[in-house]
Design a protein. Structure first.
Length: 689
């Protein structure tokens, strides 16, 4: 009995708590072991030139603009707003690298995508990451008579004066975004070059700030660049002019040649061998435990309620003999009382201290499934749900304020919204971001157990409506095979689908934010990058997606209502409740038999139990000719458990026919029986054992 009660109590929690515990621990590490990194490019080259440049015309460094002329008194190689990597006279290595880059650009630009001025401006005159395009050649009208370039007039910048130069300017640029998501700005190191409003203080450059991105409205087809003048006289003692004979200020953009990015929206799957090893160890540990359990089982386990009913019918337990009217409410009251008080609780619980007939009380018409489930099951499920919903609401408030009072954003990774992790260990961050997966798994286990109890109770009650076969793990005779997923598919598929949906939404709501390309500008260093195949310019943090968080909150809130709605169903059968309670099931499984079933233990002594009644024992006529031997009894009980069953009232067996009510009324037996037993529904006010 103790083993079966333990197994049945385990049934209330879907019988897999220990296995699910190991799976939960393995899941959190598994989700952390593999993740995806995205790519948001930061670096690109801008070349401003005449159309003849891409046709192979001559050019000389640093370009006709001489925007940053070489001067020994100026110790600067990177002027804010004009990019970096510009040729500096006297630095042979810089000159060689720049010329090599420009030679490559000159020969390959004709194979790039041709963009209109407006589209080019939309793509490059911003601070957004470079995903679709990378380098660009902006083709401008030189505004000269020759139309092929600019005639340089000053040889102080280089040794190629008095020549037509097809190159106006070239620089290495970068677009960066602050890691602080509350900032409104991006940073474009070539902002001054493209006419953007500066985001940080530039150096002393004499350039005019264009409003709306240029001196033409953004939605007009043209684009005129007003190039910043070189250096103020008080900085270098030089005249304020460009190094071309026309002293060009405005450049009319004709079109652009943009290089398609070789990375695009590239994503990379990275993993931790250490965490994967831990997952493998957990899996082998689980396999080992399952193997040990299977090898140590002396008899088949009770996996379903049908298995438990079959076991109790084949081997009735004397503890619950004669308690056919035992209901789930009686079981709860009994469990709240200690065994020492069992003889004194009859008045307050209506529980008979000794077996005697009880009058049948038809369940109240308003009794619903929700009233048949233990409060502890509801508490387990909804405590986890309450914690989850509270945490999600907290996250939404944080995200709303961080997102400048907006719920906008992309769905799932990669997202622009994230929380910097600082210098803590990378593995710790990976585990931390997946902790919600563990909470969701625990919540699902409790939710699944509660829903299973509701469905089991509905199935249990149906045994009072018609003759039905038992659904067992190993069917024989007229029994039916249990559902492959433990519950009818309309319920089990729903539960599995909701589990998959919830985990998917959660993985899109909170995730490891790992982005290559250098676009996210952060001074923080992260330990362990090299162990996860993450590039050194990658930024890493705890990412979140506001739409995904909202979707997850809506899903969990809706799922929390399902058991309440389902539990509002009224069972149609006139039957005791408690399809998941071991005492109730045991009490219902004392089938009518021509002889009493085991009233003693293995030592031949009376089994101590609740309410062993002298009335019942005295009523047994051991001299009755209808008494069968033990083998015949076992055969009959196995026949019953293999047949279609119905719960209800049936006549007492011959050896108990002397039992009667206090007023001498007829007493009947409540329990499972087969069609030949002529099972009837119990009647209000009648006496039953």
């Amino acid at each position: 009995m103790k083993r079966r009660v333990a197994v049945l109590d385990e049934l209330e929690n879907r019988k897999f708590d220990k296995e699910e515990s190991y799976m939960a621990k393995a899941c959190i590490i598994y989700f952390s072991a593999v993740f995806v990194t995205g790519y948001l490019g930061a670096y690109y080259n801008i070349t401003i030139a005449a159309e003849s440049f891409v046709r192979g015309a001559n050019y000389s460094l640093p370009g006709a603009s001489s925007a940053i002329p070489w001067n020994p008194s100026i110790q600067a190689t990177n002027y804010e707003g004009l990019g970096s990597g510009i040729y500096i006279n006297g630095d042979s290595s810089a000159e060689a690298d720049t010329r090599k880059r420009l030679d490559t650009t000159q020969t390959s630009a004709n194979n790039w995508d041709r963009l209109s001025p407006q589209r080019c401006r939309d793509e490059y005159q911003t601070g957004k990451a470079k995903q679709k395009y990378r380098d660009v050649v902006i083709i401008v009208d030189p505004g000269t008579n020759n139309g092929t370039g600019w005639l340089e007039v000053d040889d102080s910048y280089h040794s190629s004066a008095s020549m037509i130069n097809s190159l106006w300017f070239s620089a290495r640029c970068a677009n960066w975004k602050s890691f602080d998501t509350r900032r409104l700005d991006n940073r474009n190191t070539c902002a001054g070059l493209l006419g953007l409003q500066h985001l940080y203080g530039w150096l002393n450059l004499d350039w005019q700030l264009y409003q709306s991105g240029g001196n033409k409205a953004p939605n007009t087809p043209g684009w005129i660049l007003r190039f910043p003048r070189p250096i103020k006289p008080d900085m270098a003692g030089q005249t304020v002019m460009h190094n071309d004979e026309n002293q060009t200020d405005d450049l009319d953009v004709k079109f652009c040649l943009a290089e398609p990015s070789p990375y695009g929206s590239r994503h990379k799957v990275v993993s931790s061998n250490l965490l994967l090893l831990i997952v493998v160890i957990f899996l082998f540990l689980k396999i080992g435990l399952c193997t040990i359990v299977l090898l140590s089982l002396a008899e088949p386990s009770l996996i379903t309620t049908g298995d438990a009913i079959e076991s109790f019918i084949n081997s009735p337990d004397p503890v619950t003999l004669g308690l056919g009217t035992l209901d789930i409410s009686d079981s709860w009251k009994l469990q709240r009382c200690s065994p020492q008080r069992s003889e004194t609780i009859s008045e307050e619980t209506d529980w008979p201290p000794k077996i005697r007939p009880r009058r049948w009380k038809t369940p109240a018409p308003k009794r619903r499934l929700i009233h048949t489930i233990p409060p502890s099951a509801w508490a387990r499920t909804y405590s986890v749900a309450a914690v989850s919903i509270s945490l999600l609401l907290t996250c939404i408030v944080f995200a709303f304020t961080s997102n400048r009072d907006s719920f906008s954003g992309s769905f799932g990774p990669p997202s622009e919204y994230h929380v910097p992790w600082g210098k803590s260990g990378f593995i710790i961050m990976l585990l931390f971001v997946n902790l919600p997966q563990l909470l969701l798994s625990l919540g699902y286990f409790a939710y699944d157990a509660l829903f299973t109890q509701l469905v089991n109770e509905l199935k249990w009650n149906s045994y009072s409506l018609d003759y039905k076969p038992l659904r067992v793990s190993y069917p024989s005779g007229g029994q039916a095979q249990t559902y492959r997923l433990q519950l009818p598919y309309k319920y089990s598929v729903f539960l599995l689908a909701m589990s998959v949906l919830s985990h998917w939404l959660l993985s899109n709501a909170f995730f490891v934010f790992a982005m290559d390309g250098g676009y996210w500008n952060s001074p923080l260093e992260y330990n362990g990058k090299s162990h996860f195949s993450v590039s050194e310019d990658a930024v890493i943090g705890l990412g979140y997606s506001i739409p995904a968080v909202l979707a997850l909150l809506a899903t969990i809130s809706a799922l929390a209502l399902v058991p309440l709605v389902f539990g509002w169903i009224r069972p149609r059968g006139n039957m005791v409740a408690g399809g998941s309670d071991s005492l109730v099931i045991s009490a219902c499984c004392h089938c009518s038999s021509p002889t009493p079933i085991g009233t003693g233990n293995s030592n031949g002594e009376p089994e101590p139990r609740i309410g062993t009644s002298d009335l019942v024992l005295d009523a047994i006529d051991t001299s009755s000719p209808d008494i069968e031997d033990g083998d015949a009894i076992r055969t009959r009980l196995e026949h019953i458990s293999h047949s279609k069953l119905k719960w209800g009232a049936q006549p007492l067996p011959p050896h108990l026919d002397r039992i009667h009510g206090e007023d001498g009324s007829e007493v009947k037996h409540l329990g499972f029986g087969i069609q030949s037993d002529n099972i009837m529904s119990p009647i209000e006010g009648e006496m039953y054992v």
